[in-house]
Design a protein around this ligand. Structure first.
Ligand SMILES: NC(=O)c1ccc[n+]([C@@H]2O[C@H](COP(=O)([O-])OP(=O)(O)OC[C@H]3O[C@@H](n4cnc5c(N)ncnc54)[C@H](O)[C@@H]3O)[C@@H](O)[C@H]2O)c1
Ligand SMILES: OC[C@H](O)C(O)[C@@H](O)CO
Length: 369
């Protein structure tokens, strides 16, 4: 494909609920280590929907029009002169955040914590719902032949889950409770199974999500009740036959009642990981954490090795991300796709790139939320 003659249609958020399609100039390589990628598929993340609805997440505020999207896979169409790892035609999963590589977190190996991070579709940086994307070659991961470009677009949320489960240090034989059965919670449950957890309990407030979790990977499910957190946790422990509590509890909901329940559901000496990002401040059961000597950790995006492992989990068949895809739509249907995610009708919807010839556009919704 010749990028000079191709359209670089982009899906742009002007302000809440005000989007437009606009043909932007095809970007040029910024460094000799960059590649130009034609975007094939992009998944919609809850954060994209949040910007579309509210124009802000915390202190990240959309002030100027911003291209949405950051869960993408594409095809390399141009490589910089110093790129040694990729060639034209390679299919890649895009890691969408570019750190400075010079600060203390970067140099200590925790580049996801770089204060200068330029993350796609996080203001002021544009996202990947566009025709062409320029990225450093080392943040583009070549897909093995048996991993499709659609699966490639699911590597980003899978890498989020890999990072969370690594933070939890899940080991074979352990019990893991995952609060929330949206895409991130489902993928955490699947990664925990792949890491050898023998019992994985998914908890949600929506019955259909738990039915899907059971068919996807979870050994047990529990529908969270509107009761005090301690009672809710006692019920989960009873239902899942975990009288002492779980070795690991992961919150992938961001919901205050779920976080409170988690601290009562984890065993003495167990580990709790905060993956969900909801309200900034909540009431937290700090006494339960203290007297049980719970190891509590946060988890933010992904870092060294997470994309690589996510791709290996898909390539080896250990995590079947295809099952999460509810449908694939043409680029021009992007706004409709956002509405479907907002209405909770789908688990993961993919938007084809603007230059993608799509037989499956408007494909029937298969995975229902
Ligand atoms: N840490 C990170 O780097 C990172 C990256 C991506 C997403 N996230 C966050 O992870 C969370 C999950 O993402 P997602 O895309 O799966 O979102 P989602 O909204 O699809 O899933 C959240 C799930 O939590 C469930 N839920 C709500 N209240 C609950 C409760 N009281 N108990 C149990 N379950 C409850 C919802 O029904 C839903 O199924 C979000 O908060 C998102 O912002 C964090
Ligand atoms: O998967 C990555 C997340 O969606 C982002 O961190 C987002 O929440 C804020 O930029």
């Amino acid at each position: 494909m010749d990028p000079k003659s191709a359209s670089n249609l982009s899906f742009i958020l002007n302000k809440p609920h005000d989007v437009q399609f606009s043909d932007r100039p095809v970007p040029s390589l910024q460094s000799s280590h960059d590649v130009l990628v034609a975007i094939n598929y992009t998944g919609i993340c809850g954060s994209d929907v949040h910007y579309w609805e509210h124009g802000a997440i915390g202190h990240f505020v959309v002030k100027d029009p911003m291209v949405l999207g950051h869960e993408s896979a594409g095809t390399v169409i141009q490589v910089g002169p110093e790129v040694k790892t990729l060639k034209t035609g390679d299919r890649v999963a895009l890691e969408p955040g570019y750190p400075c590589r010079r600060c203390q977190p970067c140099l200590s190996g925790k580049y996801n914590l770089c204060p200068e991070m330029r993350f796609a579709a996080t203001p002021p940086y544009d996202g990947t719902l566009t025709g062409f994307w320029v990225a450093p070659a080392d943040f583009c991961y070549k897909l093995p032949d048996n991993v499709s470009l659609q699966e490639g677009a699911l590597i980003e949320p899978l890498a989020v889950a890999v990072h969370i489960v690594r933070q939890a240090v899940v080991t074979p034989g352990q019990s893991v409770i995952v609060m929330g059965a949206g895409p991130v919670g489902l993928l955490c449950a699947a990664v925990a199974r792949a890491f050898g957890a023998s019992k994985v309990v998914s908890v949600d407030i929506v019955e259909s999500k738990l039915a899907f979790a059971k068919s996807f990977c979870s050994t047990h499910t529990y529908i969270s009740q509107r009761v005090p957190a301690e009672q809710n946790a006692a019920n989960i422990r009873k239902e899942a036959d975990l009288p002492e509590g779980a070795d690991v509890v992961i919150d992938a909901s961001g919901a205050e009642p779920s976080i409170q329940t988690s601290l009562h559901a984890v065993r003495t000496g167990g580990t709790y990981v905060q993956g969900g990002m909801g309200k900034s401040d909540i009431t937290f059961p700090i006494m339960a954490m203290c007297i049980k000597e719970v190891t509590a950790k946060g988890s933010f995006r992904y870092g060294s090795g997470d994309y690589k492992l996510a791709i290996e989990l898909v390539a080896s068949g250990k995590v079947d991300v295809k099952k999460l895809v509810s449908g694939i739509v043409a680029f021009k249907e992007a706004e409709d796709a956002f509405k479907k995610v907002k209405q909770g009708e789908v688990i993961k919807i993919l938007i084809a790139g603007p230059n993608e010839k799509l037989e499956q556009a408007g494909a029937a919704v298969t995975a229902k939320a």
